[in-house]
Design a protein around this ligand. Structure first.
Ligand SMILES: [Zn+2]
Length: 255
């Protein structure tokens, strides 16, 4: 791999990721909810930050932005879409934009629903995507600002990723997500096996991130709206994919 990834935990259940391009030594960080955590992770690795990539405006992803910028002089990249709070980005990015990290291409995917400004950062050559609060292991973000249809469209987009794509979601919600997934997809053997795996990981204090698309397509109910077993469980055999997704999201909100 030309890029090294370093996952770190902050606040109660957030994940940030540091990236370092081997060829150029360039370093980036995805999100900055807590400046101290970003700076500590950099210190752990002995890396100096060049770029910060913001996924969306929520405080647990941005509260440390100005402090990290002041401490490191990094360039800050973030969504061009309006959010609940405004920031000064050195580069504002929107859907289908791309930029270069060292020599590595980063494609920007707008995935609204959780927030309207949400962008995900996809590195095709590395087979890695940072999905912020759009896609989690066996779950998806709560739909706060957008509509269920918007979030469904974002899921449709993410389903086009190659199955081997490594997915970094921004929270450790996996146990709760697995419990909900089992409630709507109880006969899914891959899901049953994975629920056991993640339980063991969490008992050992091990992060369940990153995940990958192959595993999500097999076990994540928010990507499985076209599966007959899930549809039957919801009593929605002939409903549209968007309606099945919406019902699944509503059930999770009330779970
Ligand atoms: Zn959020």
């Amino acid at each position: 791999m030309a890029v090294e990834f370093h996952l770190f935990e902050y606040l109660s259940d957030n994940y940030g990721v540091l990236l370092r391009d081997d060829a150029t030594g360039r370093v980036a960080c995805v999100d900055a909810g807590e400046a101290g955590a970003v700076l500590a992770a950099l210190k752990d690795k002995g890396w100096e930050l060049d770029e910060l990539w913001i996924t969306h405006w929520h405080w647990d992803h941005t509260d440390g932005l100005e402090e990290v910028r002041a401490a490191t002089g990094c360039k800050v990249i973030g969504p061009a879409y309006e959010g609940g709070k405004s920031f000064t980005f050195d580069l504002s990015v929107k859907d289908r934009d791309s930029f270069s990290f060292g020599g590595v291409d980063v494609a920007v995917w707008h995935t609204p629903g959780h927030t309207l400004d949400m962008v995900n950062y996809y590195m095709p050559s590395e087979g890695v995507i940072f999905t912020g609060d759009t896609l989690f292991a066996m779950g998806c973000g709560r739909v706060f600002e957008g509509t269920h249809d918007q979030m469904f469209t974002s899921m449709e987009k993410l389903r086009t990723l190659p199955s081997e794509t490594v997915v970094y979601g921004a929270h450790e919600y996996t146990i709760a997500n697995a419990n909900f997934a089992l409630s709507v997809d109880p006969e899914n053997a891959a899901l049953q096996a994975r629920a056991k795996e993640v339980e063991a990981l969490r008992k050992a204090g091990t992060p369940t991130m990153p995940t990958n698309m192959a595993s999500e397509l097999e076990t994540n109910p928010f990507l499985r709206y076209d599966q007959p077993s899930l549809r039957a469980m919801l009593g929605m055999e002939s409903a549209s994919d968007a309606a099945v997704f919406s019902e699944t999201r509503t059930r999770k909100d009330n779970f």
